[in-house]
Design a protein around this ligand. Structure first.
Ligand SMILES: NC(=O)C1=CN([C@@H]2O[C@H](COP(=O)(O)OP(=O)(O)OC[C@H]3O[C@@H](n4cnc5c(N)ncnc54)[C@H](O)[C@@H]3O)[C@@H](O)[C@H]2O)C=CC1
Ligand SMILES: CC(C)[C@@H](O)CC[C@@H](C)[C@H]1CC[C@H]2[C@@H]3[C@H](O)CC4=CC(=O)CC[C@]4(C)[C@H]3CC[C@]12C
Length: 410
């Protein structure tokens, strides 16, 4: 199978063994106008409904969009299994359509629960994970969920005969690396020293490697497993918890947010609806183009503009009344590093009493301060991906979501 990778698709290195602890509840889904429309407009096609899909982490920020996008845009869907540690009440509203929606409360770290959920599925979309760069989870459980959980999904596919596995990886598998090397308009083949220390990128890199190496393994029944990995950059859109945190922080500071990162440090972002669409499309095309797509990685991208993380957020928070103070950081970088280190020390000291997990810590500061943008068309070349939502549409939908939150915040 053609492995186009070699640079950014190459082997990441982790310094130190990551491990982790239980995850916070993901944001509940279901309040967004677009998602309700998607659910209402469920795929109605003359195609034969015969496929069973499983989405792990299907109640998370991305997972919910993938679930609803499948219902709208996968006409061969007979049953959609939604597997998650925390099931959302919104799943009930999806059970009125032509597709059987099966909610499965389960833990990817429990192999038997995963095997039971996978058995009989044609396609698995594995999005479940601990997305923690704020120190909420201890390293052991990040490893347990993101790596061991992925191992359990792979072995379940092999044991039960499921042939197609799509893994939600991350840009963080590539970078920013611990040396702060910028990744400027890179693609899946761009040479880059993908060396990490933080448990999250380490766990994602290890999980991605497991998925790609499993491509071609014989599953029960003797046919080969076909796998691929999608690498979203920073996902935004309806249900994005960090955007919610920024918004509430701005409200607490009298409608102001204080710039901490130079506007010149661009960070890749991609709309959640387009990431969901790429998952649906890659899962479909993987079945037709296994020789080309099996074992491949694809960055998730759309027409979202290249901006600093904070300036990009203001595309949505500005129209909702917040203001980013100053055109350059108010505080020198060395002082920011000191404040970030103090936050990390406070988190460690307070841990026996309470969870203190602010946005600013040494890792988030370093990542935010290192440019990372992608410019690729590999997904378009391999499986005809084109973003479903324009930048204007993505921006409008996200603003409406923040405004709906604003209504609830008053
Ligand atoms: N949010 C972002 O900017 C990006 C996210 N990703 C990846 O996308 C995937 C989804 O991320 P988000 O939707 O942002 O996170 P999220 O935290 O909103 O969703 C993760 C889901 O996984 C579930 N989960 C966690 N541990 C579990 C376990 N042990 N067993 C079963 N389910 C479990 C959670 O309950 C949650 O519903 C993750 O794999 C993440 O690494 C990749 C790039 C960017
Ligand atoms: C407090 C300030 C320094 C502020 O600017 C910090 C922003 C910071 C919380 C974000 C900056 C970059 C984000 C990460 C990036 O989008 C890549 C990611 C990929 C994932 O797979 C999960 C999320 C994340 C790590 C994302 C998390 C939030 C940032 C660190």
């Amino acid at each position: 199978m053609g492995q186009e990778g070699g640079g950014a698709s190459g082997r990441g290195r982790c310094v130190g063994r990551p491990a982790g602890a239980p995850k916070e509840d993901g944001p509940s889904g279901g309040q967004f106008e677009y998602l309700r429309t998607v659910a209402a407009g469920m795929a109605d096609s003359t195609e034969v409904r015969e496929l069973v899909y499983l989405v792990t982490g299907g109640c998370g920020f991305l997972g919910e969009h993938v679930v609803r996008m499948l219902l709208q845009r996968e006409p061969r869907l007979l049953e959609l299994r939604v597997f998650d540690l925390h099931l959302g009440a919104w799943l009930e509203e999806l059970k009125t359509g032509p597709v059987q929606v099966t909610a499965i409360q389960g833990d990817v770290t429990q192999a038997h629960e995963v095997a039971a959920a996978v058995a009989g599925a044609h396609v698995v979309i594995h999005t479940a994970g601990l997305v923690d760069v704020f120190g909420r989870a201890s390293p052991e459980t990040i490893y347990e969920v993101n790596v061991q959980g992925t191992k359990n999904v792979i072995e379940a596919c092999v044991q039960t005969g499921t042939r197609f596995l799509v893994y939600t990886s991350s840009m963080e598998v590539v970078g920013p690396n611990i040396k702060g090397h910028h990744f400027y308009r890179g693609n899946e083949d761009t040479p880059y020293e993908a060396v990490h220390r933080h448990p999250y990128p380490c766990s994602k890199a290890q999980a991605e490697r497991l998925v790609l190496e499993a491509n071609g393994r014989k599953v029960h029944g003797g046919l080969p497993l076909v796998t691929c990995a999608l690498r979203p950059t920073g996902i935004y859109g309806e249900g994005h918890q960090i955007m919610r945190d920024f918004y509430h922080q701005g409200l607490r500071l009298g409608g102001r947010l204080f710039r901490t990162i130079p506007a010149s440090v661009e960070h890749g972002r991609v709309y959640v609806g387009n990431v969901a669409w790429m998952h649906v499309l890659v899962a479909r095309e993987l079945q037709q183009r296994a020789a080309l797509m099996g074992g491949q990685v694809y960055f998730c991208y759309d027409q979202s503009p290249y901006k600093s993380y904070e300036d990009f957020n203001m595309e949505f928070l500005g129209p909702c009344g917040l203001r980013l103070v100053e055109t350059r950081p108010l505080v020198p970088y060395w002082l920011l590093m000191l404040l970030a280190a103090l936050n990390a020390l406070l988190q460690w000291l307070l841990r026996p009493l309470l969870l203190y997990a602010p946005l600013l810590n040494p890792y988030t500061l370093a990542v935010a301060n290192t440019a990372f943008t992608v410019n690729t068309d590999k997904a378009q070349r391999h499986f005809g991906y084109e973003p479903l939502f324009s930048w204007e549409d993505s921006r409008t939908r996200t603003i409406r979501w923040v405004q709906a939150m604003e209504g609830s915040a008053r």
